[in-house]
Design a protein around this ligand. Structure first.
Ligand SMILES: *[C@@H]1O[C@H](CO)[C@@H](O)[C@H](O)[C@H]1NC(C)=O
Ligand SMILES: *[C@@H]1O[C@H](CO)[C@@H](O)[C@H](O)[C@H]1NC(C)=O
Ligand SMILES: *[C@@H]1O[C@H](CO)[C@@H](O)[C@H](O)[C@H]1NC(C)=O
Length: 474
């Protein structure tokens, strides 16, 4: 209309007005668009922000675990826990991946969920060659200690063959299951820890129906859920043992059907592979409501845990809760260990920044739905040598927050607590216990179930515990 008006000389003055104002308007619209986009990137958790963000107000945590003494308002974690730009290999690699999914630079890719799920190793590989080709980064690489150089060389790959799979679709299971399993115990172990596996099979990791125990004194009808079990293993590093151990594992698998064995070196830094490969396997084969992922030297009070999770599923908003559900022992505001002799040593040539909120790896529980979401998001996060921290990074990427529950005891009981007759009825997990202790504790738990059955779950007793938690792995 405006154009036609302009051609008919009658309204030239209005035409001038329009001709001047249209570009102004376009520029204004452009400005609004760019602002909105920039705002989106920042929200997206992409790493491109160059000005430091104000510390976010404590995030509203959607889910507050019942029985927890805290509402999840932990010390504010900087939105970008890893620092950038920087001269650290991991940060550089992650930055390259984040560019790929940046909503301004690559709006289509950023939106396309199928691209995220289909590229597998290739993007990680690509970011790898982008980063390691340049001379400066070659220098950083050479400054890393030898074992980290080895780590970096292999960290782009996560497709290792599966050597042994469980019999059942989703781990060892009872034949009489009449409903989807409540929980799958996924236990990190190594080939030579046969005794631990046997003790777990006979005690807290028994498959089949488990009657839940009320986590408070309200008592009530019998209830519970089905439990399944799988052990996660790589290749034991002792060269001369390898042949024999693999054969023994095969026999063990025939007997119990609970072995998931991959062809990668079973070392401390490779534990993260157990998470990502487990998520992949779980996404293809499993439908359990929950996953317990933990070590083979912990004791779990399965009836208590089953009761708790069963109750959770009954809650009206359970469906929403499940999206982000992860509980355990929260480690907050941790920084990488710069002590050379530490098992957790991470030099600043490898990684700069804080660690995100994460759960101590003795044992954590998350929903099956979250396991699948972690599987997807993990394809956009470079492997990190410390497995608990890596899970925290993936959670961060999902904008999900693990929740602390004091019934996960990474640091054992205090002396007074240990002396109480029903102490093991107040917890979900305690670290660490020998195979013999597991058997004894399991028997005890059964024997004292009438007497102690209705004691409440443990709440955080002392600030001391909180202090310890803060300094863990620092
Ligand atoms: C990874 O990148 C290298 C080149 O840097 C290439 O030779 C190799 O084939 C790539 N591997 C995959 C799985 O894309
Ligand atoms: C115990 O749990 C039930 C649900 O399982 C709940 O309705 C009840 O309020 C709880 N009681 C206490 C004392 O927390
Ligand atoms: C992880 O496993 C791969 C495959 O076996 C191996 O090449 C690599 O050295 C291992 N990494 C570490 C840090 O042990």
């Amino acid at each position: 209309m405006a154009l036609r008006c302009c051609r008919s000389r009658c309204c030239r003055s209005r035409c001038v007005l329009i001709c001047v104002c249209t570009p102004c308007l376009s520029v204004a619209l452009m400005f609004v668009y760019v602002s909105v986009r920039l705002n989106m990137i920042m929200k997206d958790g992409s790493l491109l922000r160059t000005t430091p963000a104000p510390a976010p107000a404590p995030k509203h945590i959607h889910f507050v675990a019942t029985g927890t003494s805290r509402d999840g308002n932990f010390a504010a974690v900087p939105h970008h826990f890893w620092r950038n730009p920087s001269s650290a290999i991991w940060n550089q690699l992650q930055l390259a991946v984040d560019y790929h999914f940046n909503p301004v630079l690559n709006p289509i890719r950023a939106k396309d969920a199928s691209e995220r799920t289909s590229f597998g190793d290739s993007l990680l590989n690509q970011s790898f060659s982008e980063v390691t080709m340049t001379g400066r980064d070659r220098n950083i690489f050479e400054q890393l200690p030898e074992h980290l150089q080895e780590y970096v060389t292999y960290m782009k790959s996560r497709s290792y063959p599966t050597l042994i799979q469980p019999h059942g679709l989703c781990g060892a299971q009872a034949e009489d299951e009449t409903e989807p399993p409540l929980i799958l115990f996924a236990i990190k172990t190594t080939a030579s820890n046969y005794e631990n596996r046997q003790a777990i099979r006979k005690s807290w990791g028994q498959v089949g129906w488990v009657g839940g125990q009320k986590s408070n004194s309200s008592g009530g009808e019998a209830y519970g859920g089905y439990v399944r079990r799988v052990f996660l293993l790589g290749q034991e590093t002792t060269e001369d043992l390898r042949g024999d151990v693999s054969d023994l594992l095969r026999v063990e698998s025939q007997h119990h059907g609970d072995i998931l064995h991959w062809d990668f070196k079973d070392t401390f830094f490779n534990l993260t592979l157990k998470d990502v490969l487990f998520w992949r396997w779980f996404s293809r084969h499993c439908d359990s409501h929950f996953v317990f992922k933990g070590d083979d030297d912990v004791f779990v009070n399965t009836p208590k845990l089953v009761g708790y999770l069963h109750d959770l599923l009954q809650e009206p908003d359970a469906h929403n809760t499940m999206r982000d559900f992860m509980i355990g022992h929260v480690i907050e505001a941790a920084v990488p260990s710069r002590v050379r002799t530490s098992k957790y040593f991470i030099p600043d040539h490898f990684y700069k920044g804080l660690y995100p909120l994460y759960l101590g790896g003795g044992g954590v529980v998350y929903s099956g739905l979250l396991a699948k979401r972690l599987h997807d998001v993990s394809k956009t996060v470079h492997l990190f040598p410390i497995d608990d921290v890596y899970v925290g990074m993936c959670m961060f990427r999902l904008d999900a927050f693990p929740v602390h529950h004091p019934a996960f005891l990474t640091f054992d009981f205090s002396q007074e607590e240990a002396a109480e007759p029903c102490s093991y009825h107040t917890i979900f997990l305690v670290h660490k216990r020998s195979p013999k202790q597991m058997a004894d504790l399991w028997a005890d738990l059964k024997n004292t179930s009438t007497q102690c059955g209705h004691v409440s779950l443990r709440t955080d007793p002392k600030t001391l515990e909180g202090e310890k938690r803060k300094n863990f792995k620092v």
